[in-house]
Design a protein around this ligand. Structure first.
Ligand SMILES: [Zn+2]
Length: 101
């Protein structure tokens, strides 16, 4: 069963979940940018952290979302978001390790 990680929030889900429901955190952004969840996720990711209190996490703050879904999150996700998404996220930092926070 193949899994992918969201390039935006890092959540790891099965490909079919992204295809059917999109990202539980970022779908509103994908809709706004008019891109598919598959374009914004990558099958190449590293690490896996469980997030128990996602609303206190750094990435929840970074995305300014109040309620991140609990789940498994990748530490590093290879790939780049479509430019349509980056355009509406001026503070986006690629998660592929090319920038250090
Ligand atoms: Zn996401």
């Amino acid at each position: 069963m193949s899994e992918r990680a969201c390039m935006l929030c890092g959540i790891i889900q099965k490909t079919s979940q992204f295809e059917n429901k999109g990202c539980p955190n970022c779908q509103a952004i994908f809709d706004e940018a008019n891109v598919t969840p598959i374009e914004c996720t990558s099958p190449s990711f590293e690490g896996c952290i469980g997030m128990c209190k996602p609303n206190k996490s750094w990435c929840a703050k970074w995305l300014r979302l109040d309620n991140f879904q609990p789940g498994l999150y990748a530490i590093k996700v290879d790939g780049r978001l479509p430019v349509e998404v980056v355009d509406i996220l001026p503070h986006y930092i690629p998660r592929d390790g090319s920038n250090v926070d």
